[in-house]
Design a protein. Sequence first.
Length: 348
Amino acid sequence: MSLIEQLGLTVPIIQAPMAGVSTPQMAAAVCDAGALGSIAVGATNANGASRMIAETRVLTDRPFNVNLFVHAAPRRDVAVESAWLQALTPQFQAFGATPPAGLNTIYQSFADDDAMLSALLADAPRVVSFHFGLPDAERIRALKQAGCLLLATATNLDEALACKAAGMDAVVAQGWEAGGHRGMFDPDAKDSRLGTLALTRLLVLRTGLPVIAAGGIMDGRGVRAALDLGAVAAQLGTAFIACPESAADAAYRDALASDAAHHTTMTRAISGRPARCLRNRFTEWGGQSAGVIPDYPVAYDAGKALNAAAKAAGETGFGAQWAGQGAPLARAMPAADLISVLVAEMRV
């Protein structure tokens, strides 16, 4: 039985779990339309994850995906962090604010979050997916015993083969075009920057795993192209940002509909990890900064503080406005309607 059949999907589309954008309302709408909706819980704790899962289950009785961050613990370096805050100080001062005195590890990795594991085992979502790496064998075994299908992101063949060896049920082939954080296991490793087309075909031929294509796919023809390459499904994230069920704020939506959509850029400045974002004032500053950026998610603590200071002063160009290279093709419509449009486009 194929992955799509196991999940009872009628549409081979997965709504990407973009933290800060995905919501239970969106996931439920996508699920009820026959595709696989997702919620992102990597930016919350176990209690927050349980609340999101419960809220999604109230809204739909269909399977949905729960996504987790599995990043390495940040290397804390007081000198690096102090220097980064000093570099950011003029940006804070421009908005009448001061940077925080110190930085914190704002997100806990699933790799060492026992409370999150307990919550997931109790809630047993049908699909659990991993970004930035893989949990240990014990956590994988426990989730499988709870009946969870497991997915993980890979940006190259070695990562995909590691997913297979770990027992993943499918791999998400994240091309360089994709919006949001690169799923690289090691953010300091050389990135081969494989595009979605090349990576998807490579993983289909070399891994023996079901492959989900992700990155730059915005319409039904893109989905069909991914399927023609041998993918079992396509994962779309940027395509859903403009949906009313999205958590994106008005500034994010306006930026997506502006010329900025034609100029996405990969940056570490916002969070400490490579991530594709709409070009804005923060990415422009980050591209010119020569400073050493603290590890994820420590750097993100500073990024969030600066964005808050900027927004308080009426400036919206310092947010984490994640988007892929297909951003100019985004369409504003309810998530269920978007699924219907995508299906119709697949048949053209």
